[in-house]
Structures are given as structure tokens and as C-alpha cells.
Design a binder for this molecule. Structure first.
Ligand code: ZN
Length: 77
């Protein structure tokens, strides 16, 4: 039998590593991108795709490559 607080648990488990950055609540995301890695140091010969890391605010949906790129305001919808 499921416990009665399973809904609350699933909500808190949805973004367990969300981090407050300024006005935003961001999570780390990774995504496979086609092509060789833009950084030559991490590029391999014959590479057809690479894993890119980016940040996504779960409140306003902003997606940036680094925390410094986040807009000042967080427009939660
Ligand atoms: Zn935001």
C-alpha cells in the first residue's frame, strides 16, 4: 500500500538538486549535441556528438550555460 503522503514526496523528489541562484531556482541539465565539442581540449577525433551542460530555472524556464548568464529577474509564470 502506498503511503498517503506519496504526492508530497513526488513533488519534492521532482527537483531534488534545484539550487537557488539569485532570484532563480536552477537545476543542472545535460544534453547531447551533434558535432564535435566546441572546446578543443575535450574534442576527440571522429566525435559526432558531445554532452553539453547547461542550467535551467524551473520557475521561469530560462536556460543558460553558466550562472552569470541568468537574467536578474525571475519571471515565474
Ligand atoms: Zn528564474
Amino acid at each position: 500500500m502506498e503511503s498517503t503522503n506519496s504526492i508530497e514526496e513526488s513533488l519534492s523528489n521532482r527537483h531534488p538538486d534545484a539550487e537557488t541562484v539569485g532570484n532563480h531556482l536552477v537545476i543542472d541539465k545535460t544534453q547531447w549535441c551533434p558535432g564535435p565539442h566546441p572546446d578543443p581540449h575535450r574534442r576527440r577525433e571522429g566525435q559526432t556528438e558531445y554532452l553539453a551542460r547547461y542550467l535551467r530555472c524551473i520557475q521561469c524556464g530560462a536556460e543558460v550555460l553558466s550562472e552569470g548568464d541568468l537574467p536578474e529577474e525571475c519571471d515565474a509564470r
